[in-house]
Design a protein around this ligand. Structure first.
Ligand code: MF3
Ligand code: CO
Ligand code: CO
Length: 248
C-alpha cells in the first residue's frame, strides 16, 4: 500500500531529513586516511542525537550499528568496524534519521585522500545518475521513468547498475511501497502522485552489476571486486517535480 503524505507529515520528514543532511555535512571533514569506520559511526550517532534525531538503522532487523558504512567494493550495508580508511579508498555513508516518528534516508560517497581518476569519475557519474533520476520525477510520471533515466545514463560509461537492491517508499517506516528500481522502461510501472515520498538511490559499479553477500549476512559486495558508488536522497513528489527532504 502506498501512503500519500499530508503537508504535516512532509514537514516532519523534512525535519528528520534536515538532520540527516547536517550529519553528512558535519562528518565530511573527519573522512581522512587513518579514521576507522566505527569512529565515523559513533561521531554521526552523537551528532544526530544532539540534534534530536535517532539513527534508526540501529537494531533495524538486527543491524548492529547506527550507520551503514561501505568501503570500495562494498556496495551497501557495510558494518562499521575497526577498519581504517586509507588513501585512495571511497566510502559510502548511508543512514536513516528518525524524528517524531518519521524517517529520512540519505547516502553520499566520499573520497578518502587522493583517489584515481577512474574512481573519481565513477563517483561523479553516480551523483549525476541520481540527478538524472530525480529530473524525471513529477506527478503523472512513472516509476519506470526513474529507473530508465538512471540506468541509461550510467550504462553510457560502461558501468554496472545494481539491480538486486532498489530505492523505496519511506515515511513512518524506513522501507515502504513502492519499490524504486534503478532500471526500467520509460512509461512503465506505477504512476507517481503528489505527496508520495521516495528514497531514490542508484548503486553503480565500475565493473559488472553482479553482487554477492558477505558471511556477516549483511554486507553486499561486487562479485568482481570492482568499486561501487551510491548516492541517495529522500524526496516528495510534487505537481511539477519534486522537493528534496534530505537537504538544507
Ligand atoms: N539505508 C538503507 C537503504 O537505503 C537501509 C539500511 S537498513 C540497515 O534502504 F539495517 F542496514 F540499516
Ligand atoms: Co539508505
Ligand atoms: Co534507502
Amino acid at each position: 500500500m502506498i501512503n500519500i503524505k499530508s503537508p504535516r507529515e512532509i514537514q516532519l520528514m523534512k525535519e528528520a531529513g534536515h538532520i540527516n543532511y547536517l550529519a553528512h555535512q558535519y562528518i565530511e571533514k573527519f573522512i581522512k586516511p587513518g579514521v576507522t569506520t566505527l569512529q565515523l559511526d559513533e561521531m554521526i550517532n552523537s551528532y544526530v542525537t544532539k540534534l534530536g534525531g535517532y539513527c534508526s538503522c540501529y537494531h533495524y532487523e538486527g543491524f548492529p550499528k547506527h550507520t551503514c558504512i561501505s568501503v570500495n567494493d562494498e556496495v551497501v550495508h557495510g558494518i562499521p568496524s575497526k577498519r581504517k580508511l586509507k588513501n585512495g579508498d571511497i566510502v559510502k555513508l548511508d543512514f536513516t534519521v528518525r524524528k517524531d516518528g518519521y524517517e529520512s534516508d540519505m547516502t553520499r560517497t566520499y573520497l578518502v585522500g587522493t583517489v584515481s581518476e577512474d574512481v573519481q569519475n565513477l563517483v561523479l557519474h553516480t551523483k549525476e545518475a541520481l540527478e538524472k533520476g530525480l529530473s524525471v520525477v513529477k506527478a503523472g510520471a512513472k516509476i519506470g521513468d526513474i529507473g530508465y533515466a538512471i540506468s541509461s545514463y550510467a550504462k553510457k560509461f560502461g558501468y554496472g547498475v545494481v539491480e538486486e537492491l532498489v530505492g523505496h517508499g519511506i515515511g513512518t517506516n524506513m522501507h515502504e511501497d513502492p519499490e524504486v528500481p534503478n532500471f526500467g522502461e520509460k512509461g512503465k510501472g506505477l504512476t507517481l502522485k503528489e505527496g508520495m515520498t521516495l528514497a531514490i538511490e542508484p548503486m553503480i559499479n565500475m565493473g559488472s552489476k553482479s553482487v554477492c553477500m558477505l558471511d556477516n549476512d549483511w554486507t553486499i559486495v561486487t562479485e568482481d571486486e570492482s568499486f561501487s558508488a551510491h548516492f541517495e536522497h529522500t524526496i516528495v513528489v510534487t505537481k511539477d517535480g519534486y522537493e528534496i527532504l534530505t537537504g538544507e
